[in-house]
Design a protein. Structure first.
Lengths: 112, 112
């Protein structure tokens, strides 16, 4: 089934540890995005990429980094996790011209 | 900047009741407007969209009309079902589809 795959589904992480959340899409979409979802705040954009080789900062980029080596993959890295990064993380993709975003199932991350 | 304000939840309704979830927005330029739905344990799915003023988006019995004069995009359904229980997010973009600005979400609980 075509779509977006995120891994892991959930993770408990010790503060100070490094963690990479994986995201892969098979729809050949140019644009990919990472959001975090927090109760009472909705979803907020962390980083985005309009095409392979380029990335940009969203609303809440601090403490996170991304790379876009190819069209399909868009990993999100927490270099040194802190408890405030406890959240549910969603990867999304779309065509650059389209008006619909497709979301993955999410990664629930708990930093302790 | 862009922002979305939607009514606080949770909203609890009996099956077959009428649903309204209010959404208002501020945006630079001419936004496209969306309602996304998140069922328990799942990612977000596009429910409906409208890309210009006076457009009406509709899907699965839900409707919303893009009202530029009141900067609103209220979600309505004439007769809700238990299966509609979910969190509903109003969102907008003034750029590509996934650079979305979300509201905080409204949880709907429908009971028999």
């Amino acid at each position: 089934i075509a779509g977006i795959t995120q891994a892991p589904t959930s993770q408990i992480l010790a503060a100070g540890r490094r963690m990479t959340l994986r995201c892969t899409q098979d729809m050949r979409h140019n644009a990919m995005y990472w959001y975090r979802q927090d109760l009472g705040l909705g979803l907020r954009l962390i980083h985005y990429s309009n095409t392979a080789g380029t990335t940009g900062k969203g609303e809440v980029p601090d403490g996170y980094s991304v790379s876009r080596a190819n069209t399909d993959d868009f990993p999100l890295t927490l270099a040194s996790a802190v408890p405030s990064q406890t959240s549910v993380y969603f990867c999304a993709s779309s065509t650059l011209q389209g008006t619909e975003a497709f979301f993955g199932q999410g990664t629930r991350l708990t930093v302790v | 900047g862009n922002s979305v304000t939607q009514m606080e939840g949770p909203v609890t309704l009996s099956e077959e009741a009428f649903l309204t979830i209010n959404c208002t927005y501020t945006a630079t330029g001419y936004p496209s407007l969306f309602w996304y739905v998140q069922y328990p344990g799942e990612g977000l799915q596009l429910l409906l969209k409208a890309t210009k003023a006076d457009d009406k988006g509709s899907n699965k019995g839900f409707e919303a009309t893009y009202r530029k004069e009141t900067t609103s995009f209220h979600l309505e359904k004439g007769s809700v079902q238990v299966s509609d229980s979910a969190v509903y997010f109003c969102a907008l973009t003034t750029g590509t589809a996934s650079k979305l600005t979300f509201g905080t979400g409204t949880r709907l609980q429908v009971t028999l």
